[in-house]
Structures are given as structure tokens and as C-alpha cells.
Design a protein around this ligand. Structure first.
Ligand code: CAA
Length: 258
């Protein structure tokens, strides 16, 4: 499959998607988001893969939704065209873990896209922000909802109301990113994490992803109930038998995704 706004490749069991509109700092237009959704679903359907990494360039993960396109929209354009809902959240349908490897700007929709991924690994050059307020709009792809869940109400209010950027260190302290690494090590680190995940039992990985997401979308008791059901389900897999046998035999497990 060839795309105009993204580059895709596989590295072993990992699918890599690179956002690629360098002249516009990877601004997210409709075509790019459609291509991203198609690439994600194709990687998700590929049984040879166990994890997906989304990245951008050294300068920008993505500088947000494309302002030059939005500038021409009126209410009916965005409402009838289902702007955002139509193709931005395809990523939420992906069952495999998706890691955002972020260098440079992750602003507006770029920050929101990174937050839709399962976790973010940041280069020390990364800058996160929701600057929509400066354009006379509110964040439209989950910024006011996912950011407070990731970094607390105070920090989310600060970022969304002032439109300021936070650097990678502040983002790590706030809990938005899981790790910060030197910029030239970003892809090595993200790929190493992705390979580690891809070597685990894939049904179990999918159950963990689903269970952690429940923590954000249900009450504690509902989430615990869901986790318990997943936990019991693991004992119906061959991989649970293999994982525990391998531990007792002091060898690495050989998961078959069964
Ligand atoms: N949309 C369209 N084009 C963009 C863009 C965007 N979001 N961000 C940058 N570009 C373009 C610039 O217009 C410029 O194009 P030209 O060379 O043709 O003029 C090119 O990318 C390089 O950008 P700059 O010259 O501005 O680069 P810089 O290094 O001086 O500044 C920046 C970088 C601080 C990221 C700055 O480009 C910027 O502030 N961009 C806009 C960020 C923003 O407001 N994002 C939120 C968008 S709204 C949104 O995302 C809504 C939502 O919630 C879904």
C-alpha cells in the first residue's frame, strides 16, 4: 500500500508509521488522518505483528490539525462533515498496543493523537501543548478530556487555557509520557519497547490494554470486575501454561498466541 502523507514499514513484529508532511510540520489534514487509519487497521489485521509505533520527524510529531483547511470551515462544514469523528479516532479500534514516539512539536491535534496512543515515549526535544485557545477554538480531538486524565486538572487547565507548551521533562513529571530519552535514541527505545511487547502473548497483551483502558472509562468496581474476568480468561490460554512452566524451568517462554 502506498500513501502520500505517511510512510509505513515493518521491523520484525513491529509496524512503524511515520507521519510525513514535512513542509507543514505534519499538520493533520483529512487525507493524512484517513491514511493513518487505513495503515493502523492494516497493521492490526496482520497476525505477524504484535505492536505498532507512530512517529513523526525530528522537528514535529504533528503541529496539530491543518489550520489552513480549518480556516475555511463554517459550522455546517464541520458538523455535516463529521470533522474529527469521521476518521480521527480509528486508532481507538486498534487492538494491538500503539506507542507514540514523539520528537519536537506535539501540539493541538498532534498532542491529542499522541494521547490516543497507549503510551508516549518522548525525545528530550518534545514539546506538548493545546494551543487551540490562541486560534479561537477549543481542542477538538479529546484534549480537554484526555489531558486532565493524564496530567491532573490543574496542569490541563493551565495548558488548555494559556495555550503554552510544556517540554519533555515537565510532561514526564506530569505523567503524560512514560519515558524521556535523548532524541537520537528515540526510535531505538520505542522499537525496543515495541519488540518486548510483541514477544509477549498477544491475547494477553490485548486483555491488558483493554483492562487498563477500563480504568479510564468505568468505575473502580466495574474495572476490577472486568480485570477479574480477564484474569480468569488467561487460565484458558496455552500461553499461561507455557509462561508459568517456562518460569519454573528457568527458561524464556515461547508464547504461541493461543
Ligand atoms: N496547520 C497548517 N500548517 C501548519 C501548522 C498547522 N497546524 N503548523 C505549522 N504549519 C506550517 C506553517 O504554516 C509553515 O508553513 P509555511 O512554511 O508554508 O509558512 C510550516 O508549517 C512551518 O511552520 P512555522 O514556520 O510556523 O515553524 P516555526 O518553527 O516557526 O513554528 C510552531 C512552529 C510553533 C509549531 C508553529 O508552526 C505553530 O504554532 N503551529 C500551529 C500550532 C497549532 O496551533 N496547533 C493547533 C492546531 S488546531 C487543532 O489541532 C484542533 C484540534 O484540536 C483537532
Amino acid at each position: 500500500m502506498s500513501y502520500e502523507n505517511i510512510l509505513t514499514e515493518t521491523q520484525g513484529k513491529v509496524g512503524v508509521i511515520r507521519l510525513n508532511r514535512p513542509k507543514a510540520l505534519n499538520a493533520l489534514n483529512d487525507q493524512l488522518m484517513t491514511e493513518l487509519g487505513e495503515a493502523l487497521l492494516a497493521f492490526d489485521a496482520d497476525e505477524a505483528l504484535g505492536c505498532i509505533v507512530i512517529t513523526g520527524s525530528e522537528k514535529a510529531f504533528a503541529a496539530g490539525a491543518d489550520i489552513t483547511v480549518m480556516a475555511g470551515y463554517n459550522y455546517m462544514d464541520v458538523f455535516k462533515g463529521e470533522f474529527i469523528t469521521r476518521n480521527w479516532e480509528t486508532i481507538r479500534r486498534v487492538r494491538k498496543p500503539v506507542i507514540a514516539a514523539v520528537a519536537g512539536y506535539a501540539l493541538g491535534g498532534g498532542c491529542e493523537l499522541a494521547m490516543m496512543c497507549d503510551f508516549i515515549i518522548a525525545a528530550d526535544t518534545a514539546k506538548f501543548g493545546q494551543p487551540e485557545v490562541k486560534l479561537g477554538i477549543v481542542p477538538g480531538a479529546g484534549g480537554t478530556q484526555r489531558l486532565p486524565r493524564a496530567v491532573s486538572k490543574a496542569k490541563a487547565m493551565d495548558l488548555c487555557l494559556t495555550g503554552r507548551m510544556m517540554d519533555a521533562q515537565e510532561a514526564e513529571r506530569a505523567g503524560l509520557v512514560s519515558r524521556v530519552v535523548a532524541a537520537d535514541k528515540l526510535m531505538d527505545e520505542a522499537l525496543a519497547a515495541a519488540i518486548t511487547i510483541a514477544d509477549m502473548s498477544q491475547p494477553v497483551v490485548a486483555m491488558i490494554k483493554d483492562s487498563v483502558n477500563r480504568a479510564y472509562e468505568s468505575t473502580l468496581s466495574e474495572g476490577i470486575k472486568y480485570e477479574r474476568a480477564m484474569f480468569y480468561s488467561c487460565f484458558a490460554t496455552e500461553d499461561q501454561t507455557e509462561g508459568m512452566k517456562a518460569f519454573m524451568e528457568k527458561r524464556p517462554p515461547n508464547f504461541k498466541n493461543q
